[in-house]
Design a protein around this ligand. Sequence first.
Ligand SMILES: NC(=O)c1ccc[n+]([C@@H]2O[C@H](COP(=O)([O-])OP(=O)(O)OC[C@H]3O[C@@H](n4cnc5c(N)ncnc54)[C@H](OP(=O)(O)O)[C@@H]3O)[C@@H](O)[C@H]2O)c1
Length: 223
Amino acid sequence: MARVVITGANRGIGLALTRQLVDRGDEVIAACRTPSEELEATDAHVHPGLDVTDIDSISRLASDLGEAPVDMLINNAGRLSNQSLGEMDAAAVAEMKQQFEVNSLGPVLVSQAVSEKMGQGGRIGIVTSRMGSIEDNTSGGSYGYRMSKAAVNIAGVSLAHDLKPRGIAVALLHPGFVRTEMTGMRGHVEPEEAATGLLERLDALDLSNTGHFWHANGERLPW
Ligand SMILES: NC(=O)c1ccc[n+]([C@@H]2O[C@H](COP(=O)([O-])OP(=O)(O)OC[C@H]3O[C@@H](n4cnc5c(N)ncnc54)[C@H](OP(=O)(O)O)[C@@H]3O)[C@@H](O)[C@H]2O)c1
C-alpha cells in the first residue's frame, strides 16, 4: 500500500486518480480547495483548503501529512484559459499570471514541501500538457496556458536533477485530451482512461527514466 498525495482532487482527472488509487488499496490524501460530494464519497483522506498559489496553505498540507512517509505526489491542479494575439488586455495579462501561479509555481512549491516527506523510491508526477511542448506547437495561441506548461516542464527537469541524489524520481505527464470541465467536456478520452494511463506511467517511474515527458498512453513526447 502506497501513501499518495494528489492536488486538485475534487473533480476531473484528480477525482478519477483518487478513485483508482483508493480502489487499489492505496492511502490517498486528496487535497483540493473545496471538496466535492463525489470526493467526499470516496475513502480518501480529504484535505480541504489547498490553494497551490498560497504558500501558507501548502505548508499546512505538509504539516497535516505528519511524520509518515509519502510514496507518491501527483501535482494535478491546473488552470486553462485562452489568450489570443491582438486581444491581450490587462484582464488577459492578469489571467496569464494566474495560470503561471497555478500551473508553474504551484507544482514546484508543492513538490518542494511534499518531497521533504519522501525517502528513497519516492515518485512525483506533474500533470503538464503537450500544449507546453515547443516542438509540438503547430497552431499558436493559448499564450498563458502554453507558457505556463512550458515553464513547469523545465522546472520538472530541474526537480528531477535536484531530487535524484535523494532517490526521488519525477515525471512530466500529459493526460491526453480529456473530457473535463477544463475542456468544456470535449476531448478524446474520459478522465478514468486518462487516470489509468497516468498511473501506469507513475508505476513505471524510477531513477532510470526520471525527468522524462510522457503521454499517458506511454508515448515519449518532445520538449
Ligand atoms: N483535460 C484535458 O484535456 C487536459 C489536457 C492536458 C493537461 N491537462 C491538465 O490536467 C490537470 C487536471 O485538469 P482537468 O482536465 O481535470 O481539469 P478540471 O476538471 O478543470 O480540474 C482542475 C482542477 O485543478 C484545481 N485547481 C485550479 N486552480 C487551483 C488552485 N489555485 N489551487 C488548487 N487547485 C486548483 C481545480 O479545483 P477547483 O475546483 O477548486 O477549481 C480542479 O480540481 C491540469 O493540470 C490540466 O492542465 C488536462
